[in-house]
Design a protein around this ligand. Structure first.
Ligand SMILES: C[S@@+](CC[C@H](N)C(=O)[O-])C[C@H]1O[C@@H](n2cnc3c(N)ncnc32)[C@H](O)[C@@H]1O
Length: 208
């Protein structure tokens, strides 16, 4: 059965989710968000690209003075992010943009962040390549995501439910190690967060 995501489908699914996204995902994913921003640790004046920023639930966790660009495929998700941004005093720009074809030059950012995104994009390798390309050498790439379990039984279960999850807008069985290997990234820090430690936090330093 097909478990690939398509751009049109992703846009449609997240446009549909947008009114209820925060209600469903804000609380359960919160511990991971604060941990991801602590790990990214951007300093005032630094430029950060957040890909698949969605409704902007990470915005309150950025330290003051960070210059943020947030991109997303879904205009409806971004509309929520704009409303959230309006309540904060932040230097941030939000744009509709495909994270696998980023309209920024090489090394333009100090860091890049993707929370709960990399298994929700049609082309995870393409997105990670773009995150690397636009991040300066020595900058950090932080990923927070559910990846296919290393436990054989759980992994098989995640394979079994993959077709259903694809319809819901994410891949349940994206394996982490082959993905990083394909893009030439080595994890420098990893951790487990959220309910039952089911989501992984990964920091890679961009060594070009
Ligand atoms: C599960 S949501 C996560 C949103 C947000 N990062 C968070 O932490 O709540 C996944 C988001 O990725 C976006 N997305 C999926 N594919 C994308 C792509 N190729 N480029 C940009 N955004 C994408 C979706 O529109 C959606 O807003």
């Amino acid at each position: 059965m097909d478990t690939s995501l398509e751009e049109r489908q992703v846009r449609r699914v997240y446009d549909l989710y947008s009114p209820v996204y925060d209600l469903i995902f804000k609380k359960i994913f919160e511990p991971g968000r604060s941990a991801a921003l602590r790990l990214l640790a951007p300093r005032p004046g630094e430029r950060v690209l957040e890909v698949g920023i969605g409704t902007g639930l990470n915005l309150p966790y950025y330290p003051a003075g960070v210059r943020l660009v947030g991109i997303d495929l879904s205009e409806a998700m971004l509309r929520k992010a704009r409303a959230r941004l309006a309540t904060l005093r932040m230097d941030a720009t939000l744009k509709v943009m495909d994270a696998s074809a980023v309209e920024f030059g090489d090394d333009e950012f100090d860091h890049a962040l993707a929370t709960y995104v990399i298994s929700a994009v049609p082309d995870p390798v393409g997105v990670l390549r773009e995150m690397r390309r636009v991040t300066r050498p020595g900058g950090s790439l932080v990923l927070l995501n559910h990846f296919r379990s290393e436990n054989r039984l759980v992994g098989k279960l995640e394979d079994a439910v993959a077709p259903v999850c694809t319809h819901l807008g994410w891949k349940s069985n994206l394996p982490l190690d082959p993905l990083l290997y394909e893009v030439g990234l080595t994890p420098e820090v990893t951790g487990k967060v959220n309910l039952l430690g089911g989501w992984r936090l990964v920091k890679c330093v961009n060594r070009k």
